[in-house]
Design a protein around this ligand. Structure first.
Ligand SMILES: [Zn+2]
Length: 318
């Protein structure tokens, strides 16, 4: 059996684990780094944490094939250099993959966490057995990963899949990226809350108050209220699905995927969003590819980051 290490690097904290070639997690642990250390010392610390997990697994060193690292931030997946790290400026410009592989002696790979999660779903989740898959994460932001002919498609500048910044309206809401009408501004966490609050503030009746978390309206609270029949919440999620579906129709026409997989915290609303999204997608897409695509939820849940990171090593070493 072959094994792959995944490092789900979220800034100062990370999850480290090992999966077998069937995608099952053998062991996992978490590790925290001190952002004030030098870049080289942080790399050393990550390598030490990883070595500990490998040692604790009691697996033979030779069966550990490689290491995949998934992280937010700007990076070059071909060189393994982290250009702009999230929350750890000392890692900016550091050759992360070389640093780790020099210490641990294993081939090491780096990519953004949306791409790695997409690979995880492709190999071991909702995309298992397929060839052409698009994965989207709906959360604070909206991100995407595109897998065509069994390979992750990164594009000329490694920005392929930036679906959150597809403009759905030239005169739409302004986005921090400089564009107007970005998808993320409507169906990202804040976009959903904003659309809900506009109606609530106008006096539209809602039972949301029963579901608030620390007094705060969240997509989770909206989904819970919708599940209990709150009409405004249902409508806001339906609208979320329709906006999503219209962009998915474009992707279906452009790329003809077999599956579109939706993950991320907001996707926990499930069919309350996916149902309307599917109807809209089927309505707007060209019928031949529309009939061949399935729109489903991601399957890896809380382990998506870890299994995804390890899957990056799988993808590079297969
Ligand atoms: Zn944008």
């Amino acid at each position: 059996m072959k094994y792959y290490v995944g490092i789900d690097f979220g800034g100062t904290s990370m999850k480290i684990g090992i999966i077998n070639e069937e995608g099952s997690i053998i062991i996992k642990n978490s590790c925290v780094t001190d952002p004030n250390k030098s870049g080289d010392d942080i790399i050393k610390h990550i390598a030490e944490c990883t070595q500990k997990v490998i040692n604790n697994s009691k697996l033979p060193q030779k069966d550990i094939m490689g290491i995949g690292i998934g992280t937010p931030g700007l990076l070059n997946p071909e060189t393994g250099v982290l250009k702009v790290a999230v929350n750890i400026p000392n890692l900016n410009g550091i050759h992360v993959t070389k640093g780790i592989s020099d210490i641990l002696g294993k081939p090491t790979f780096l990519d953004n966490d949306v791409n790695t999660m997409s690979l995880g779903e492709f190999y071991y989740g909702a995309g298992k057995g397929l060839k052409h898959v698009i994965a989207l994460t709906l959360g604070t932001g909206v991100g995407g990963g595109i897998i065509l002919n069994g390979e992750l498609y990164r594009g000329a500048s490694f920005t392929a899949g930036e679906l959150g910044h597809v403009s759905i309206s030239r005169d739409g809401k302004s986005c921090p990226c400089g564009n107007n009408g970005c998808l993320e501004r409507y169906i990202g966490r804040d976009g959903i809350i904003e659309r809900f609050m506009v109606s609530k503030n106008k006096g539209v009746e809602t039972s949301i108050d029963k579901y608030l978390e620390d007094g705060e309206v969240t997509p989770k609270a909206i989904a819970m209220a919708a599940g209990d029949g709150d009409v405004l919440s249902i409508r806001v999620l339906e609208e979320t699905g329709k906006i999503l579906g219209s962009v998915l129709a474009t992707l279906v026409n452009a790329l003809n995927p077999q599956a579109i997989i939706i993950g991320g915290g907001v996707s926990n609303a499930g069919e309350l969003i996916l149902g309307p999204a599917r109807i809209e997608m089927m309505k707007l897409a060209y019928s031949i590819p529309a009939n061949d695509v399935k729109l489903v939820r991601a399957e890896l849940g809380n382990d998506a980051g870890l299994v995804g990171s390890a899957s990056l090593a799988v993808a590079n070493l297969k």
